[in-house]
Design a protein around this ligand. Sequence first.
Ligand code: HT7
Ligand code: ZN
Length: 844
Amino acid sequence: PQAIYLADYTPPAHLVDHVSLTFRLDPEKTRVLSRISFRPNPEGPGGPLRLDGEDLTLISARIDGAEVTPQVTPRGLTMEVPDAPFTWEAEVEIAPINNTALEGLYMSNGMYCTQCEAEGFRKITYYPDRPDVMATFDVRIESDEKIKLSNGNPGQSGDGFAEWHDPWPKPAYLFALVAGDLINHPDTFTTKSGKDVELNIWVRPGDEHKCAFGMEALKKSMKWDEDVYGREYDLDIFNIVAVDDFNMGAMENKGLNIFNSSAVLASPETSTDMNFERIEAIIAHEYFHNWTGNRITCRDWFQLCLKEGLTVFRDAQFTADMRSEPVKRIDDVITLRARQFREDNGPLAHPVRPASFVEINNFYTATVYEKGAELIGMLKTLVGDEAYYKALDLYFERHDGDAATIEDWLKVFEDTTGRDLAQFKRWYEDAGTPRVAVSEDYADGTYTLTFEQHTPPTPGQDDKPPRVIPIAVGLLSPNGDEVQPTKVLEMTEARQSFTFDNLSSKPIPSILRGFSAPVIIERDTSNDERAFLLAHDTDPFNKWEAGRDLARNALVAMIRDGAAPDEAYIDAVHTVARDDSLDPAFRALALGLPSQDDLAQTLFDTGTTPDPQAIWDAIETLRHARAERMQDTATRLYAQFQVSEPYRPDAEQSGARSLANAALSLINRLDGGAQAQKQFDTADNMTQQLAAFSCLLQAGKGDAATRAFYDQWQNDRLVIDKWFMMQVVHAAPEDAAATAARLTEHPDFTMKNPNRFRATLGALTMNAAGFHHVSGAGYDRLADWLIRLDPLNPQTTARMCSAFETWRRYDDTRQGLIKSQLDRILATPNLSPDTTEMVTRIRG
Ligand code: HT7
Ligand code: ZN
């Protein structure tokens, strides 16, 4: 497969005014009739009509009513056409039942559904399948299925047919169709200008009791986008459909969002607090795409971050407003570091706006999404809130109906603020996480902070010029008072100093407050200073960060130097846990420890080859030491934070449960699972049940609970995903690969369902010490299953290859074992382009 380059962008030769589609649905022989009004693009390169098309059987084609015979290849067709507007008509045949890749039109549990982003529409009919071709669509679905849905507003319907009209021009990746035996959970929303919108969540019969939360989340999202961004919904109806077999979380098709059932269905008995929060965020994310993605779309797939970075940023703002801003920020930074910093640091590093790709599906990454969102946050910090919202108003006004670029995006900020954003643009173009080294000086009441930035080389990019970095800083006096409230320092040079005057003593700096830029701060900080910040910092993010750094140092000292668990760390975190003036959710976060992967990277960065087993042992030892020291506190917190009111998945109750369950896991270290067993037996919601189940598995007392959990939930596929996942994630390192292998033999295991596959094999990669067990069994098992999945579902296979991306940090034995698995995958006959690209990049 050939790479394609941003620099080679050329506008399409032909534009489309309108598309009419008729679907005659059949599992093996669906007929798709298209009637498309084309016109030459005055700004295009000219030449023949080129349409994308894959896995299609062309039955007939006509231009302006006359039968034609185009030149057909496996990737599409070409046809000489008049240099004037014309109508293209085609009939093609497809077989949704055979479509296991879950791209294009496929079947899930007997229901027809589509996934067209990024390039799935070409598996439905011949079309210029690129986002800068936007058209209005009419769709007629002919089928005996009870419910037949597509984009836009409903038109006529009758015995065996339904019609839909989408008045908003859209690219083909936003096309959607669903047909099946579905039940709706209906509601309405009245927009700020008084328009009533019909809302529906469509599910399989039996799931209707799991829709209420998603519906509330949708209405809150619609209101929030009106209140905060002034964006109103623009159709008469908004449909959401839950589908079991889905490659990602959800898809923002115009007026017809399609969701992985795990991202929309929720009930207290079957979903955890984390599930509820994730569902609320994904519903908001997909809804917000209606403006940032659909009304304004991307010119080409290199601009993916234009819609994804902005929409992730908007959904994070929404969650912060609905729940707790500091907790959301801490959660997001934990994820950013775990996924995006890891990506930026290895062979898959790429810019937020990549310059080339082979398979676009491989670029739906943490860098495009999460780092893309960080760039929006930095821009907002740099220009200020007022200018940010003014720029957004201009963006919506200027580019409504456009397929836009990052240049268009930055220009609205330049025009609003008069700032030159040329240096800021480097954030979009240069891969890698900048390191910012900090030094300080204090003399005669003046405190000076000096920053030096450098970004390590990444594949294909050796030298990186300095970027503009907003560094939010506050200063504390030695008695704990804040002497300098948060101030944003704008670093633009490779080395730059900032001074603070009139200080009566040398202050303690709190640097990168709120994690104001996606960088790594390098500073020699003593543990005393960290403990001071943990106790006194007014910035919740840096307060949490100080505790996290203390824990990391303690663990590194144990692993590298054989040190005993650090009493000072345990005292400091114990103080936070006991502090009833703090938000319980924050206290639970403070009790968290750095992940095994985080520690492996920290060791590697500081010159020690990480030993996954030693990391696991150290975490176990530290957890045990903490449990012993915090025994009384744990007992008190566990009792104090039991929730007696009826279950609500809101921030208040979920914060209380997370602290009580953090206490349970401390208690569990010492009581051999007794309290966890009680909680498991009496739990009336999944948060409590799963927390107890996880404790029992960790205590080695999980056999009875494993059986009971299965018996209770065997008919709920989403809960059974949890059952698979828990067993693998909590298996002892030496048993993890065998546990995953055993579960792949279970009658409920299927590799056709991505959720189940991820719950089993993805869980193996989450069990770091198990996956990296020196026997190589983890690597071998994963490679086996990736090789098996690839012919069925290349997209999910390719994404899961990233489990191997950190291979160069390990010892020669493990490197050799992983390399041989990568070679084995690459040597597989007919390996998909998706997986070939990923493994080739990882192998280097
Ligand atoms: N825009 C969507 C990204 C996407 C996707 C979703 C489901 C299945 C396959 C997919 N390929 C790309 C989801 C989003 O970011 O909102
Ligand atoms: Zn998105």
